[in-house]
Design a protein around this ligand. Structure first.
Ligand code: B1M
Length: 215
């Protein structure tokens, strides 16, 4: 089976919330040496995005969205286990979390895992994280980068609040900031004054290296 066909089957497995099929495809692709992150972005993620679109149009309901999300989460764990071993040399320290009011965490977990695989020490503070917690933890753990993920148009504003609060506390130059999540764009990052925007997990790693002058 060709790579494109595998990607299509991965997408279909998420749409039909078929965990067994999704796991079979992931194992097959990994066994054939396909880049697990490419399988994620061109296969599974396309499937869950379609589900989101159907949900938005009222052609699919919350229980189905939840079922597909569960398959997506399980298959992400398989993908993560196939990422290269953590590199020994420390690339930098990153704090990552999903902003307040937002429980979407599949993408954030993937970003955290790929950063780890690239030698970053990553502190994942979870989801529904307040601006206050982002800042407190960043200081406590003495991180280089604060990464925030937002999946809802209504929660993106907390990424802006984080920038504002860092400025207010005179900490803006102490940390680099990176924003990401499906509704987030480079334009939004520029508008709120974030240092970087990560489009996907691979891009987030590239940006993190750039932020620390290691590109
Ligand atoms: Co929700 N949801 N959801 N949902 N959900 C969206 C976001 C939505 C766009 C679907 C839609 O209507 N089309 C919509 C938001 C609309 C809007 O804001 N205008 C929506 C809604 C409305 C909701 C609820 C309100 C539904 C309800 O209850 N009525 C509710 C909100 C709950 C809350 O947070 N308070 C809700 C709930 C859920 C589930 C729990 C069922 C589930 C989440 C499960 C979980 O995460 N544990 C879920 C899911 C799965 C989705 C969609 C379908 C898929 C998200 C996902 O996992 N994508 C989503 C539709 C969509 O995104 N198009 C949707 C796969 C993942 C690999 O990609 O998260 O984009 P992504 O992460 C990528 C990049 O964005 C980037 O890299 C990642 C890896 O490539 N990235 C970063 C992410 N974070 C980064 C950080 C970085 C850098 C890059 O630096 C720090």
């Amino acid at each position: 089976m060709g790579k494109e066909e595998l990607f299509k089957q991965a997408m279909d497995a998420i749409i039909s919330s078929d965990l067994k099929k999704a796991e079979e495809i992931a194992k097959k692709a990994i066994g054939e040496g396909i880049d697990p992150m490419e399988l994620m972005s061109r296969g599974f993620r396309v499937g869950i995005t379609r589900i989101g679109d159907l949900f938005e149009r009222g052609e699919m309901f919350l229980p189905e969205l939840i079922r597909s999300a569960e398959v997506m989460k399980s298959v992400s764990e398989l993908i993560i286990s196939a990422l290269p071993e953590e590199s020994r040399e420390k690339s930098g320290v990153v704090l990552i979390g999903t902003v307040q009011g937002d429980i979407h965490d599949i993408g954030k977990i993937l970003v955290a895992s790929l950063l780890k695989a690239n030698g970053f020490e990553v502190h994942d503070v979870g989801h529904d994280v307040s601006v206050e917690t982002f800042i407190e933890k960043a200081q406590e753990l003495n991180v280089d980068i604060i990464g925030s993920s937002a999946l809802l148009t209504t929660t993106m504003k907390y990424q802006k609040d984080l920038e504002g609060e860092l400025k207010r506390r005179d900490l803006r130059d102490r940390f680099k900031t990176m924003v990401g999540g499906a509704p987030v764009t480079q334009r939004w990052a520029d508008r709120i004054g974030a240092d970087a925007y990560g489009e996907d997990a691979t891009d987030a790693v590239r940006r993190a290296f750039e932020l620390l002058g290691k590109s």
